[in-house]
Design a protein around this ligand. Structure first.
Ligand SMILES: CC(C)(COP(=O)(O)OP(=O)(O)OC[C@H]1O[C@@H](n2cnc3c(N)ncnc32)[C@H](O)[C@@H]1OP(=O)(O)O)[C@@H](O)C(=O)NCCC(=O)NCCS
Length: 410
């Protein structure tokens, strides 16, 4: 049926990933179109990989949660044309809310694995300043009238409060301490120059200040303290535990990556920064959507025959501190385990919904390069309406290091 040998699944590699710096809603990208953000990312992927003839791209899969206005019109196709890809390269749009870019990757990668494509661009964009969460949604009244979900299930911050109720051991103090560490790790990674290489600077116009080149993330707050966090109000519930400090914010940004069949990457001389091992998606009660990454990770591990102890690096999306801590508690991992989010996470960097999944992968790829001793890493994130998304990757540097060791020993 497929072009490659029938019955064989091809290895899929993550060739490269980039993103725009993330902005605060109504911040640096207030006057910038969402489609211009993702176009910049696609152009940069091609610029950084001149060995890839653009006509060899077989598909452009781009996610956005709110698919209207400048995120509508089948954004994958529109962005491909705007980015100057040959007209012969098709594109489509994807939505699984926060896991949109993850789903773009797993869908495009699966198509590569069965031989339908050789090379694909996958990514996501969300301009939450232009498109507030839930914009244009017409929620079926049956959800509430027939008690399919509690009304709190439709407000992500309230689902995080529900999670604190379910796991009393995850206190506000613990969530704040985790949030502080995210800010500190991002500041350290910036100081070490570990985040900047994955960013493509973005020219952005502002009504008051004119044109500017955005080259760093806007959301981080490096001066965060525990005292400052402890004093923040809890907008989702009186005397609650979820605050602006221990949540990801409302952000704008775009991410993208190049995926290729391993043999095609080798033929073209493209790098293979990670090899896809497997993935898993799972559904949970929408009222506690933050636990989603637990069953999605268990599913991905079971399908790939790996155990949690095989995973040497974790890139967990920090929609809310409580939801990361629930994941860590479940798998018996300490809050400050150095394998987890070594460059910090979304609490500091921001979480432009559908784009975030590829940020996690791009950072994992960079950490794989730094850690050839690590063989497997995973990304995981929670998703609105009660879902989780996990991808598991193998580090090609690990195999290469093993071969080098073997060579020197012989
Ligand atoms: C939590 C939330 C409601 C806060 O929104 P906001 O009030 O607009 O946030 P702000 O950035 O203005 O921060 C609120 C206050 O906290 C302060 N603050 C935020 N982070 C802080 C930090 N790390 N240290 C100290 N103060 C901080 C701000 O300075 C601000 O103070 P001010 O009111 O005196 O100006 C919003 O970020 C949110 O909804 N986040 C969740 C997003 C989400 O659901 N994503 C999907 C996940 S599935």
């Amino acid at each position: 049926m497929f072009g490659s040998a029938r019955g064989q699944v091809r290895d899929v590699v993550f060739v490269d990933g980039v993103r725009t710096p993330f902005g605060k809603a109504k911040g640096v990208y207030a006057e910038t179109r969402a489609d211009d953000l993702i176009v910049r990312v696609i152009r940069e992927l091609l610029r950084r990989n001149p060995a890839l003839p653009p006509e060899r791209v077989d598909e452009v899969a781009i996610a956005a949660t709110t698919q209207i206005g400048d995120q509508g019109l089948t954004i994958g196709r529109a962005a491909g044309i705007l980015a100057g890809l040959p007209r012969s390269v098709p594109g489509y749009s994807v939505d699984r809310m926060c896991a949109g870019a993850v789903t773009a990757v797993t869908t495009a990668a699966s198509s590569i694995a069965v031989g339908a494509y050789d090379v694909a661009v996958a990514g996501g964009v969300e301009h939450m300043g232009r498109h507030p969460m839930g914009e244009g949604a017409d929620i079926n009244p049956r959800f509430v009238s027939e008690r399919l979900v509690d009304p709190s299930a439709l407000v992500m911050g309230s689902t995080a409060e529900n999670l604190h109720d379910r796991f009393p051991a995850i206190t506000r103090a613990r969530a704040d301490a985790y949030a502080l560490s995210s800010q500190e790790k991002v500041a350290k990674a910036y100081a070490n120059g570990q985040i900047q290489p994955d960013l493509v600077p973005m020219a952005a116009r502002h009504v008051e200040s004119g044109w500017d080149l955005v080259s760093v993330d806007e959301p981080p707050r490096p001066s965060t303290t525990l005292e400052g966090l402890a004093g923040l109000r809890t907008p989702f519930r009186p005397h609650g535990r979820v605050t602006a400090g221990n949540s990801a914010g409302i952000n704008d940004g775009a991410t993208g990556c190049l995926l290729a069949a391993a043999d095609v990457a080798a033929e073209l001389g493209l790098p293979a920064k990670m090899t896809l091992v497997g993935f898993g998606f799972a559904g949970v009660d929408p009222e506690v959507m933050g636990v989603g990454p637990i069953p999605s990770t268990e599913r991905a591990l079971a399908r790939t025959g790996l155990s949690i102890d095989d995973i040497g690096l974790f890139e967990l999306n920090e929609a809310f501190a409580v939801q990361v801590l629930a994941f860590l508690d479940h798998f018996g991992i300490a809050d400050d385990d150095p394998r987890v989010n070594p460059y910090g996470g979304a609490i500091a960097l921001g979480h432009p919904l559908a784009s975030s999944g590829v940020r996690l992968m791009t950072q994992l790829a960079r950490q794989f390069a730094e850690h050839p001793e690590v063989r497997y890493g995973l990304t995981a994130m929670c998703v609105g309406l009660g879902m989780g998304a996990t991808t598991i990757w193998e580090n090609p540097q690990h195999a290469a290091a093993g071969r080098a060791d073997g060579a020197s020993a012989s």
